[in-house]
Write a protein that binds this ligand. Structure first.
Ligand SMILES: NC(=O)c1ccc[n+]([C@@H]2O[C@H](COP(=O)([O-])OP(=O)(O)OC[C@H]3O[C@@H](n4cnc5c(N)ncnc54)[C@H](OP(=O)(O)O)[C@@H]3O)[C@@H](O)[C@H]2O)c1
Length: 230
C-alpha cells in the first residue's frame, strides 16, 4: 500500500490531500501544528484508524525535521508532499520589513528542505520515490508582471531554486522532485474569490503526482499538468 506524508494537513489543501488519499485507500501520515484543535483530522482518524496517522509538527521549531524522522523511524515514505506554507500581509515596497519576511522564508523556503533532508532515507526506502513541493505561480520570475508581494514571491522563487537543486542531486538515486502550483484556490490563504475549489485543485495535483516520474524531475507544473515558466 502507498504511504504518503503531507505537511500542514489540518486545513486547506493539506486536508484536501489527506481526504482524497484516504478515499483511495492510501496510508497517510499527516502533520499539524496543534493536534487538539485539528478537529477534521481527528474525525478522519476515527473513520480511518488504520490508514491515518497524525503527527504534531511546527516547522518554525528548531529540529522539526529530526522529530519527524524519529517519529517515522525506518518506515518507507513513497510520496512526500511539502504542503505547509504561509502568506503575508504588508508586502508592498514601503511596508516590507525583515522580521515578517524572515518568518515566511523559514516556513516556505527553509523548512521544506530541512524536513526533506531529515527524512530522505524514508523516501529512498519507498517504492515511488517522489517528492512534491507546493510552490506558487507567484514565485515565477518570468511571469511577474504585476510586481509587489516581495515576501511571498521571494519565498516561492527561492523554493523553486531549492527544488531544482534537489532534483539534480537526487536524480542519480531515482527520486523525482517536482514543484507544483495548486492554482489560485479557495482556502484561508487563497480567499473566497479564488476561482479554483480545493477538490478541483487536489484532483488535478493528485493526477499530476500519479503521472509524473523520474523523467519529470526538476519541472515546475500547474495543477492541470501544464508546464509553468520559472
Ligand atoms: N491557496 C492558494 O491559492 C495557493 C496558491 C499557490 C500556492 N499555495 C501554496 O499551497 C500550500 C497550501 O496552501 P493553503 O491554501 O492550503 O493554505 P492555508 O489554508 O493557509 O493552510 C496552510 C497550512 O500550512 C500550515 N502551516 C503554516 N505555518 C506552519 C508552520 N510553521 N508549521 C507547520 N505548519 C504550518 C497551516 O497550519 P495552521 O493551521 O496551524 O496555521 C495550514 O495547515 C502553501 O504552501 C501555499 O503557499 C496556495
Amino acid at each position: 500500500m502507498t504511504n504518503v506524508l503531507v505537511t500542514g494537513a489540518n486545513r486547506g489543501l493539506g486536508l484536501g490531500f489527506v481526504k482524497n488519499y484516504l478515499g483511495k485507500n492510501v496510508n497517510v501520515v499527516s502533520t499539524t501544528r496543534d493536534l487538539k484543535s485539528s478537529k477534521e483530522l481527528l474525525a478522519l482518524k476515527e473513520r480511518f484508524p488504520n490508514n491515518l496517522e497524525i503527527f504534531e509538527l511546527d516547522l518554525l521549531k528548531e529540529g522539526a525535521g529530526y522529530t519527524m524522522a524519529n517519529f517515522l523511524g525506518d518506515r518507507p515514505i513513497d510520496i512526500l508532499i511539502n504542503n505547509a506554507g504561509v502568506g503575508s500581509t504588508n508586502q508592498h515596497l514601503q511596508a516590507v520589513s525583515p522580521k515578517p519576511w524572515l518568518e515566511v522564508l523559514k516556513v516556505n523556503l527553509i523548512a521544506p528542505l530541512m524536513v526533506t533532508q531529515s527524512i530522505i532515507d524514508n523516501v529512498k526506502k519507498g517504492s515511488d520515490k517522489k517528492i512534491y513541493f507546493l510552490s506558487s505561480q507567484l514565485g515565477s520570475i518570468a511571469d511577474n508582471t504585476s510586481g509587489g508581494m516581495y515576501i511571498y514571491r521571494s519565498s516561492k522563487t527561492g523554493l523553486n531554486q531549492v527544488v531544482k537543486s534537489l532534483s539534480v542531486d537526487l536524480k542519480p538515486q531515482g527520486i523525482t522532485v517536482v514543484s507544483l502550483h495548486p492554482g489560485w484556490v479557495k482556502t484561508d490563504m487563497g480567499g473566497p474569490n479564488a476561482p479554483v475549489s480545493i477538490d478541483e485543485s487536489i484532483e488535478g495535483m493528485i493526477k499530476v503526482i500519479y503521472a509524473t516520474d523520474i523523467r519529470d524531475t526538476g519541472r515546475f507544473l500547474n495543477y492541470n499538468g501544464k508546464e509553468l515558466p520559472w
